[in-house]
Structures are given as C-alpha cells and as structure tokens.
Design a protein around this ligand. Sequence first.
Ligand SMILES: Cc1cc2nc3c(=O)[nH]c(=O)nc-3n(C[C@H](O)[C@H](O)[C@H](O)COP(=O)(O)O)c2cc1C
Length: 197
Amino acid sequence: MEKLLYIDSCIRREASRSRQAADYLMKKMEASGKYEIETLCLMDEPLHYLGGDFFLQRERLLAEGRRDHRRFDYAHQFARADVIVIAAPFWDLGFPALLKTYIENISVDGITFYADTEGCHGMSQGRQLIFVTTRGGYYENTPLEMGSLYMEALSVFFGIDQYKCFFAEGLDIEGSDQKMLMQNLFDQIDEFAADWT
Ligand SMILES: Cc1cc2nc3c(=O)[nH]c(=O)nc-3n(C[C@H](O)[C@H](O)[C@H](O)COP(=O)(O)O)c2cc1C
C-alpha cells in the first residue's frame, strides 16, 4: 500500500469549503483501499515558526548531524509519504501562515532535500502532491495566485514529480452561485479519481 499523508490546514475546520472538498477527495482515496492514510491536522499541532532559540537549536542540530531529533519528526513523516494531500484556503494571495510554519519545519537539509555545490535537490522521486484550495475571488492564470504556484514550486524543490491542484474560485463574489462552483470542484475530483484509485 502507498503511504498517504493528509495535511489539513483549513483554519475554519468543518465550516471550511477547502476542507469539505479535501474530505470528499480523501473518502475516494480511502475507498480505493490502495492507501495507508495518516492525517495531520495542523490546527492541533504544537508548531513553531523558526525564530530565536528554536531557530538556533535547529542550526546546532543540523551542524551536529542530529536529524533523529524529535523536532524533525514532521520532516521525516513528510519524506516517508508517497502521496501528500494538502488542504488550505486561499488567504492573502497564498495560504495561511500556519501552513508556512509547517513548511519551515519540514524543509530540512538531509531529510526532504539536500544541498551540494550545485544547489538544492529533492530527496525523492515518483511521489505526488495534491493541493486542494478555495478562493474568494478569481485568480487563475494571474500573477496574484501564489498559493498553488508556491505548492508546485515546493514539489519541485522536494523532488516530488507529480503535482495537481483542485480549486474552486469566485466563491465570495457577490451573486456567485457557490453551490454550483463547489459542485464543479467535486466534479473535477470525480473525474480524476478514477485514474488515481
Ligand atoms: C484571512 C483571510 C484572507 C483572505 N484572503 C483572500 C485573498 O487574498 N483573495 C481572495 O480572493 N479571497 C481571500 N479570502 C477569502 C477566501 O479565499 C475564501 O473565502 C475561501 O473560500 C476560504 O476558504 P475556506 O472556506 O476553506 O476557509 C480570505 C479570507 C480570509 C479569512
């Protein structure tokens, strides 16, 4: 079975439309019986951004080659997964700071990527990252959309070679048909699920 890590950073929890779409996807993945699923709800994790002593400790541990320290557990867990599903709303042209804090914690030289004289390289191949998001306005194919764009870049950075984004947008535009926009998102998931599962 492939290992699937589902990372939930939908701050509004049950009320979140991104979360509803991601849960819909996860039900399909689960029903396929192909995946061993682990769920990480970032809102319930004791995550810290890199700063002060927490930052210095990281530098020290890496200099000593101590990648088995428990603060790197998130990075090891991420590195072990064959498929990663990340759910997050579109906030401030990207995604919530909580998710960026998690990314700071998993971006560890020697676990999720490595650096040499030529630069940084991903640690793995043959993996997949799926990003599920919903946006208030319309941003597709504009330079303002930096949520999915960032996730795609992160995939390249970590050596994850398949990237897919499921999104609905325009949800908060006055007069928008939210139900129809969300249904389109569920339809997108249905369409691709057959291939994955
Ligand atoms: C703090 C915050 C920041 C947001 N920033 C944007 C934004 O930059 N552009 C936009 O179109 N919508 C923005 N929105 C609206 C959300 O993208 C939209 O409501 C989305 O569907 C929320 O997802 P959720 O239902 O999963 O929480 C923002 C909402 C919040 C609460």
